[in-house]
Design a protein around this ligand. Structure first.
Ligand SMILES: Nc1ncnc2c1ncn2[C@@H]1O[C@H](COP(=O)(O)OP(=O)(O)O)[C@@H](O)[C@H]1O
Ligand SMILES: [Mg+2]
Length: 301
């Protein structure tokens, strides 16, 4: 079962900005997924479309089995969303904010009161239930946003840059909480530009750049790629290439091939192998790994 299925999604804003270009992305139910990308890459636009705040230009979006064009209300009920910026009524009390939100999803008042108590307690805000939101600290506001997103028991929680400007302690508390939610079966999609968080928290990640998904893989595989380096070997002749096939060399020229090797330990072994099969090395050049450059660009905002 897919929690999110995005097909050929394109968004052109009124000022002709192409924010998303034919994006395809599938996120499985139960996943803990990161959408990684620099400022302006298209993350918030994507979330906006999924949650019905932004109108798409083209493409299809399914949330669980619901097509957002045909069944928006049902699709929306599946989703809890924590936006990038605080956006609640600053004069409303914490618990009332949750009760109002539950009302949007058709939950009756007595049920809403019960639900709000459960989530406020889970996020350590029960003591603050009668406080107007503007009197809460930044960290509490952040937690209030999460509790509001969860008040209708969504199966999918989407968080847009949840840890931007959040201190370390709160960040870790939040990770623990999200992990628990995920273990209970809630699918989590978050956007971030912190690679470290992705490594620690997420199972799958996609990298978005200029409105296109340029990489989508298991986080463990992405991290492994980061530890690989590409080398270009120039050799006298290529006759022994077949015998080093297990390194997956790619031929670049009549006497040039490229291999990707583990940065620290594989190069020496590989050179020995090349000698062993009788190829004479003329030149070795590290090419630097493309993905790493990609990440650097992404981080560099
Ligand atoms: N309402 C809007 N009108 C016009 N352009 C927009 C609007 N919102 C976002 N954009 C542009 O769309 C692109 C993607 O933005 P956004 O989805 O906010 O990226 P991210 O969340 O990854 O930082 C950017 O070029 C941004 O300037
Ligand atoms: Mg954004």
């Amino acid at each position: 079962m897919h929690a999110i299925q995005v097909e050929d999604l394109t968004k052109v804003y009124a000022n002709d900005t192409l924010a998303l270009e034919k994006v395809n992305l599938t996120i499985n139910a139960g996943d803990f997924f990161a959408l990684l990308g620099a400022n302006g890459a298209g993350k918030t636009t994507m979330i906006g479309i999924i949650t019905g705040i932004v109108m798409k230009t083209k493409g299809k979006v399914h949330i669980f089995q619901y097509d957002i064009d045909r069944n928006f209300a049902e699709a929306r009920k599946m989703i809890g969303v924590v936006p990038q910026e605080f956006n609640f009524n600053i004069f409303e009390k914490a618990q009332d904010i949750l009760i109002t939100q539950a009302g949007y999803f058709g939950i009756d008042r007595s049920e809403a009161i019960k639900r709000s108590e459960v989530v406020l307690k889970q996020l350590g805000l029960w003591e603050k239930r009668n406080e107007v939101s503007r009197n809460l600290s930044g960290g509490m506001k952040r937690r209030l946003m999460i509790s509001r997103a969860l008040v209708h028991n969504p199966k999918l929680l989407i968080l847009d840059e949840p840890t931007a400007g959040v201190d370390v302690e709160l960040r870790h508390g939040m990770w623990d909480y999200l992990r628990k939610l995920n273990e209970q079966g809630v699918t989590i999609l978050l956007t971030t530009h912190y690679l470290e968080e992705v490594e620690q928290m997420c199972r799958y990640a996609a990298i978005i750049k200029n409105g296109q998904i340029i990489k989508h893989d298991k986080v463990s595989s992405l991290v492994q790629l980061l530890e690989m380096e590409a080398y270009e070997f120039t050799v006298k002749d290529m006759h022994g290439l077949d015998k080093i096939k297990k390194y997956h060399p790619s031929v670049r020229d009549a006497n040039v091939f490229e291999v990707e090797l583990h940065r620290n330990n594989e190069l020496n072994d590989f050179i020995c192998q090349v000698h062993k099969v009788g190829m004479e090395i003329i030149d070795i050049r590290p090419k630097g790994y493309r993905l790493e450059k990609l990440f650097l660009n992404i981080m560099r905002e």
